[in-house]
Structure formats: structure tokens, C-alpha cells
Design a protein around this ligand. Structure first.
Ligand SMILES: C[S@@+](CC[C@H](N)C(=O)[O-])C[C@H]1O[C@@H](n2cnc3c(N)ncnc32)[C@H](O)[C@@H]1O
Length: 433
């Protein structure tokens, strides 16, 4: 490959290839962005996110246009054509520029033997326009298994869920209640020329009309606000926090909810934040530092309590388990490429195992909040049902809230294009001994 800086589309194609090979956008995009001047970074980000968001629809079209698949060693050119199709179908870019620059990018990727094919495919795509998607899955641009599962789980809502997954998520803030009231911060935003409204359900939430870089947010570096979706903020509304409690955040990184807990109740005895990921745990400390908050951090498998627990039971436990993240696809469209149907059963078993372990260190009379950012019942209310078959004494609480759907055990929020992500919460209490 030449030493020339790579064209944007060539970089985007390589990022897409990395995602297809199992890396998340949050892993492979930052190094690609770092190679570009600041001015070009938003364009690369938009290409990568957009191409992932519409991957299944565009791939359906591309496969229909190719007489035979490219060789495995030329796979990056397949992705280059997907990036170009994304621009033809979903951007304002002039098509002649898309065609010319994609052919250039093909050369820059050291695939000059494929420039004719790229040119021919894209010319035909421009001439004939977008074809009818061949399946529902390609129409809504999701993997077929996911559409089947959504349709099975949410026969009335699957289409709305898929549409919400393809929409741009709003930018939502959590005002640090220790510093400002929501109204005070809304006034600061108005002064700064940033249009925003209060969130409907989260007491300290503010939704911006347009996303802005965080350094434009008043007092951001000083800990006045954090970026956090409204659904995630709701954890503090069901934890029933009170001064003197010892609280565990069992799967804490990057610490959004740990910080929300500390802001919601300033006189907690202690907050212990655990995460098994060595790479992610420092993010919790960074967030705590910016907000001038303190917690006890431990890197451990939360379920392996012998490894980390000091024997002192917790009054409150937040268990925000690892999950399919099927409720936050609009923020992480690469999930549609990364997740496999076969991931769900092992995830459910990890989730149940974590719940059992956390239950054992909850104080009698204490409360445990189980949370996921999933819309699949297998990870949500069915986990609670399975758990309560073993722990019949576990009391299921039904907090009086205005959000979400009652699932028997727990409440399910579906992703809403105008507000919150998809999320699930269930609240359990341990009877007094
Ligand atoms: C959904 S994320 C947590 C998000 C976090 N609560 C927040 O609001 O910022 C799940 C986290 O669980 C961690 N994790 C997965 N398995 C774990 C385990 N057995 N013990 C502790 N942490 C675990 C992952 O590293 C990941 O950071």
C-alpha cells in the first residue's frame, strides 16, 4: 500500500471489515480517527456509523448486484462498495463524487484490478436506484435472526423497535444534583445558545435538541453534568437510596450509574463499584474524578465473591448485567453485525449466575435492582422468573413509576425515537431474616 494518507472511504471500508471480523466500533474507530485531521473526523464517524446502521439493507442490494462474491482477500472492496452505496442512498453527496472517489479509494487500497468492477456496480446502482429489499430483515436493516426474535417477542412493536434502532439517538444529560438543579442548568444551556428540554421521567435529565461536543456544555469539565441516556438514569429512581446505606454497583464500568447513585444521595456510607474488565475500570475513576465523587473500586468477577467480598452485606445492589445491548442499537449500530443469536443463551446463564451471587450478599431487608439495556425477554423478565423459582422468598417490588411496560416481573422500556433507549429494570427485596 502507498505511503499517501488513505482516502476517507478506504479507511471507512477497513473499519467496516474490522467490525465484520468481530471488533466493535468503539475499539476500531478511535485509532482510525486519530490518523485524520480534526476536520475530517466527523465525516469518517458518520460513514462508519451510517454504513453499520444500514449494513444489512445495503449488503442485500450489493449481493444482488454482484455476479459472484469477491475473493476473501478482496473483502475490503466489498465494504468499500457498501460505504459508497450508503452515500448514494442516505447522504446528500453528489453521486459523481461518490463514484470517482470510491474508485480512487479502491486504488488506494491496492486493488487496482477491481476498479472496473467498483465503477460498474456503482454506476448501475446510481442508474437504477435502490431495489426493493428482498426480505423484511433487509428492509429494516437488521440480521434475520434479530428480526425473527423481535417479531416473536414483540409482535405488535417489532417494526417500531427496528425503526427506533435505525434513528439517531438524542444526546441526553444528567445534571449533577449536588451542583445545580435541573432548572438552573437548563438556564445555563439557554445562555450558551443550546436548545434543550427536561426529560419526562428522569428527574435530573435534560435532552438536547441537537448533539453538541461536551466541551460546549457549561461547566462540563468541572462536573456539572454527564452524558447519560434517560433510561440509564432511572436506576436511581428505583434503588430507594438513603443516607448511611452501603451500596454495591456490581457491573460498574464505565461508571455512569455509579456516579448517578453518588449524586442522588450524598450521605451514603460507601459505594463499592466492581467491574471485571481491567481496561474499562479506569473509566469509572475518570468519571468519579471529573464529578469530584468517591467510591471503592475493585477489579473482579462480581460473581466470585470469595475473591473480593469483605463479608459485610449490602443494603442496596445495582446489578447492571452484561447483555446483548439490543436496546441501545441506535447508539451502537455495530451490535447488529457483532451479536450472534447463539450469544443469548450463554449471556442469560451469566446473568442468572450474577443475580444468584449478588442475592447472597444482599442484607435482609435490602433491595436489589436488576438492569439490562436489552429488549429480549430471555435476558430480562425471564431471568427474574427463573431466579424466583429458586428463591421463592425474593419479594418482587412494583415501584410506582410512569415509565415502561409491566412485564410481570419488572418493567421494560422500548427504545423511543424521541427519548430514551430500550432498558429493563426489576426490583427485588430480601425479606427480613
Ligand atoms: C452494561 S455494562 C455496565 C454499564 C455501567 N453500569 C454504567 O452504567 O456505566 C456491563 C459491565 O459488566 C462488566 N462485567 C461483565 N461480567 C462481569 C462480572 N462477572 N463481574 C463484574 N463485571 C462484569 C463488563 O465489563 C461491563 O463493563
Amino acid at each position: 500500500m502507498s505511503d499517501q494518507p488513505q482516502p476517507l472511504r478506504a479507511i471507512a471500508a477497513s473499519v467496516l471489515l474490522a467490525v465484520e471480523n468481530g471488533q466493535s466500533l468503539s475499539q476500531c474507530l478511535p485509532p482510525a480517527l486519530a490518523r485524520l485531521p480534526m476536520s475530517e473526523r466527523p465525516a469518517l464517524q458518520a460513514l462508519c456509523y451510517g454504513s453499520c446502521r444500514w449494513f444489512h439493507r445495503l449488503d442485500d442490494e450489493l449481493q444482488g448486484r454482484l455476479k459472484k462474491p469477491l475473493r476473501a482477500s478482496d473483502r475490503v472492496v466489498h465494504h468499500l462498495m457498501l460505504v459508497a452505496l450508503f452515500q448514494l442512498r442516505f447522504s446528500q453527496q453528489a453521486s459523481y463524487a461518490v463514484l470517482n472517489e470510491t474508485v480512487e479509494a479502491c486504488r488506494a487500497l491496492d486493488k487496482p484490478h477491481l476498479t472496473g468492477l467498483v465503477n460498474g456496480v456503482l454506476r448501475a446502482a446510481e442508474r437504477t436506484g435502490a431495489p426493493e429489499p428482498s426480505t423484511d430483515a433487509s428492509r429494516v436493516s437488521h440480521p434475520a435472526w434479530m428480526v425473527e426474535k423481535l417479531r416473536h417477542n414483540w409482535p405488535e412493536d417489532w417494526q417500531a423497535i427496528a425503526d427506533a434502532n435505525n434513528a439517531q439517538a438524542p444526546m441526553t444529560l444528567r445534571v449533577n444534583a449536588l451542583r445545580f438543579s435541573r432548572d438552573e442548568y437548563l438556564a445555563l444551556l439557554t445562555e450558551a445558545g443550546i436548545d434543550a428540554v427536561a426529560t419526562r421521567f428522569a428527574p435530573n435529565g435534560i435532552q438536547l435538541q441537537q448533539p453538541v461536543p461536551v466541551d460546549r456544555l457549561p461547566w462540563f469539565a468541572d462536573g456539572a453534568v454527564s452524558v447519560q441516556d434517560e433510561a440509564a438514569q432511572l436506576c436511581t429512581t428505583v434503588l430507594d437510596l438513603a443516607p448511611g446505606q452501603r451500596v454495591l454497583d456490581a457491573c460498574a464500568a464505565p461508571g455512569g450509574k455509579t456516579c448517578a447513585i453518588l449524586e442522588a444521595c450524598s450521605e451514603l456510607a460507601e459505594v463499592v463499584a466492581i467491574d471485571e474488565s481491567e481496561a474499562r475500570l479506569p473509566r469509572v475513576q475518570e468519571n468519579l474524578d471529573r464529578l469530584d465523587l468517591a467510591a471503592t473500586l475493585k477489579q473482579a468477577d462480581a460473581a466470585d465473591i470469595d475473591q473480593w467480598w469483605d463479608g459485610e452485606p449490602f443494603d442496596r445492589i445495582l446489578l447492571d448485567v452484561p447483555c446483548s445491548a439490543s436496546g441501545v442499537i441506535r447508539r451502537h449500530p455495530d451490535i447488529k453485525l457483532l451479536r450472534r443469536e447463539s450469544d443469548i443463551v450463554p449471556l442469560a446463564s451469566i446473568q442468572l449466575g450474577l443475580l444468584e451471587a449478588m442475592w447472597s450478599i444482599l442484607k435482609p431487608g435490602g433491595r436489589l435492582v436488576y438492569a439490562t439495556c436489552s429488549v429480549f425477554p430471555q435476558e430480562n423478565h425471564r431471568i427474574i422468573q427463573r431466579f424466583r423459582k429458586q428463591q421463592e422468598a425474593a419479594l418482587l417490588m412494583e415501584p410506582e413509576v410512569l415509565w415502561g411496560r409491566d412485564m410481570g416481573p419488572g418493567r421494560q422500556l422500548l427504545p423511543d425515537p424521541n427519548s430514551h433507549d430500550g432498558f429493563f429494570y426489576a426490583v427485588l427485596e430480601k425479606p427480613e431474616a
